[in-house]
Write a protein of this length. Structure first.
Length: 238
């Protein structure tokens, strides 16, 4: 088989891997269906709200690996090819397949998550052009979250910041971002807009002042008894 055929098959496989609903699997294993509780989303944030922080970390990591591992496999295949070559462009298609799988999973009638963790895995796996800007964007996400205590706001701002951050890195490093790397810039813009679009309901709640946050859970009606029990058991004892 040719390298192009290998990458095309990897892109298809990445879609099916990206479609694995780890948030739903973890939730059902603990007796909770995240599709019918909390925000109704199968992503790490809703699972964490329902089950506790360690389950947020578990689902986020698994979703991130759905994007990173196919990209690393693709990196091995394209290691000897030029940036502008067809195999290099197909490598980005592998990442697109993983993200599309998470956003529109075939196993759940194409109703998936919002793609933040899986997209982060794709970015970290496309070394060095996306990896370095991704670390900056992760820092932006954490800063916004620490200030607002709202995951969705950090995710939206972080996703919108990625394409400009990549462009700034490209200018600083002398990368040909409007030459050979133009497909990377276009992919970054499309990915950012897609993640933002998937957060459109969150944007409406943010504007209305009703978005879920981690400032206080005392009056949060979406928190389950299981999560309340974990929160109280993890509280510091005097």
């Amino acid at each position: 088989m040719t390298i192009e055929a290998d990458l095309a098959l990897l892109a298809i496989a990445a879609y099916f891997v990206g479609s694995i609903p780890f948030g739903l699997i973890v939730g059902l294993a603990k007796g909770i269906d995240p599709r019918t509780q909390g925000s109704g989303n199968i992503g790490a944030t809703n699972v964490g709200r329902l089950l506790g922080g360690k389950f947020f970390a578990l689902v986020f990591t698994l979703d991130l690996l759905k994007g990173m591992l196919p990209m690393l496999a693709g990196a091995y295949l394209v290691r000897n090819f030029d940036l502008q070559s067809k195999p290099y462009l197909l490598w980005m298609l592998v990442g697109a397949g993983a993200i599309a799988g998470h956003l529109f999973p075939i196993y759940l009638k194409f109703k998936g998550g919002k793609g933040v963790a899986t997209s982060a895995g794709v970015l970290l796996g496309l070394w060095p052009f996306y990896t370095l800007p991704a670390f900056v964007v992760i820092g932006i996400f954490l800063l916004v979250f620490l200030i607002s205590r709202t995951v969705s706001l950090g995710s939206i701002i972080g996703s919108l910041a990625f394409a400009p951050t990549y462009a700034l890195f490209g200018w600083w490093q002398g990368w040909p971002i409007v030459g050979k790397q133009l497909p990377l810039l276009i992919f970054a813009i499309v990915m950012s807009l897609m993640i933002t679009w998937k957060h459109r309901a969150n944007i409406q709640r943010l504007l209305a002042g009703t978005e879920h946050s981690f400032k206080s859970k005392k009056d949060d009606p979406t928190e389950t008894p299981q999560a309340q029990s974990r929160r109280h058991s993890e509280a510091p004892r005097m």
